[in-house]
Design a protein around this ligand. Sequence first.
Ligand code: ADP
Length: 529
Amino acid sequence: MTVQETLPTSELHLTLQRYLDQRRLLSEVSQRIAASAGLAETLPHVLNGICEATGAVSARAVIGENGGTISFASESGEAKFEAADPAIYSFGQTQQAQVEIVDITVAPSGLDLAGLSGLVSSVLVLPIQAQKTHYGALWIAFKQPHQLTQDERDFVGLLTLQATIAIANARTFEEAKSGREQLAAILASVADAIIMVDKQRKIRVFNPAAEALFQVTAKAALGQPFKSIIKSDTLQKLVYPDEQNDGAETIVEYVASDGRIFAPHVSEVISENGNTDGWLLAVRDVSRFKRLNENMSDFLRTVSHDLRSPLTAAKGYLDMLPMVGEVNDKQEGMMGKIFTSIDDMTNLVEKVLDAGRLDPMMGTYQLRRESIDPTDIVSKVVSTLSNAAQKKQINLRARAASNVPIMYLDEMMIERALQNLVENAIKYTPEGGEVIVETEVKNETLIFSVTDNGLGIAPEDQTRLFERGERVRRKEHKGIRGSGLGLFIVRNVAQQHGGDAAVQSEEGKGSRFEILIPLIDVNLRGGGD
Ligand code: ADP
């Protein structure tokens, strides 16, 4: 059945006209939304269209905003209808679909439309919602009782959809804008200089603290290659890791022209799909902490240094005690305990001093190199600690490969480092165990290794072992005293010689610690140090 068969020409003309009007209106509204016109411009237009298409006396949209509501109205939907907005807004929040109230005097419970009596007779409420978010409600009112045709309902539904799109767009835009503004406010208020570069190392973010530190305006820096704006080698090495270093984590400092000391930190900016989008460089002023740390280091140095003399004196007097009178068994036992305590304390004082001297940030220690046979150091350490090993019935042995060359090293420091490793091996190996100290050359590297068959270390505990003050807490370690400084000293001694320290260990089976010293010129003949 065609339209022509069922409708007279005049009615057909009217239907066609309505259809064309509706299309024009829809197309205008869509264009305004596409042009991102503000809600104040788009919504009244939609509401006027609804009035025009349905003969409604008023069309209003009431939307939640910042805890309150904001209303928009058709030209004819002026202030006198406003009183009903709050009730319709809260009613709309609970509705999923259009609600038609043909007679406002019998409005559904929860919807008080008394304020409209005398003004209008029937009302249509349409919730404005998208993806489970209720933005508010659109309501149209008719002077006379009005039963909407299906066509009117559909058209109003379509326009409401357009209004919803406009509102959702505006909200998304507001959120993005406020996100951007928040980020800008954060970047402006942080004391750290923040620079973000993209994959091509072009500057994308340059905050006010960066402007002040590098004396460049953000305007001049944005879009420029990092290298052309930031001239510091230290910072360039961080931002161009694959070009100039192997990405190994090292502690770097950036000293500004005014003498302030900064700690730079670079992190990768990872996109949602896991790709690298760029790098973020944060440069923090650590001058104050550095000064505090220096004071603390000075204090520790002085205290530990001054502690040495009274400890030596105490030990001397303890030695002399049997010479001035007979010592009974009980007293001798107590003297033995005092000896051990003094030794422990002396050991700790030495470690604190070594750790301070060798600290890569604070230490000022200059290696005192001399020509030595590395195997002699091993023999010396093994003989010094043979008593301690014997006390635990530990078999402590030295082994040396035949190709170990004479080297040019700081004998005292290497000895201290090795002694720390062997002391640990004895400490963390149960009675009856075995500790082997070995010297060998592999891959152009001199390796001192200390292998034990003791308690071993769990993989998760191995990562931070060489850091200052790091101790592993395990019930098997109960009663084993330590400072957490030994391995820190070991690694720093190795690093001062251009090498490193390493550990391989298995819980319950034992550990192997290594001091690796490269056979480079400076370690062989001392050239250029
Ligand atoms: P500490 O003074 O506590 O021994 P170190 O820096 O020398 O400090 O060692 C750090 C931690 O490493 C120790 O607390 C211990 O848990 C672990 N450790 C070191 N050497 C060994 C070893 N040979 N066997 C098992 N654990 C070890």
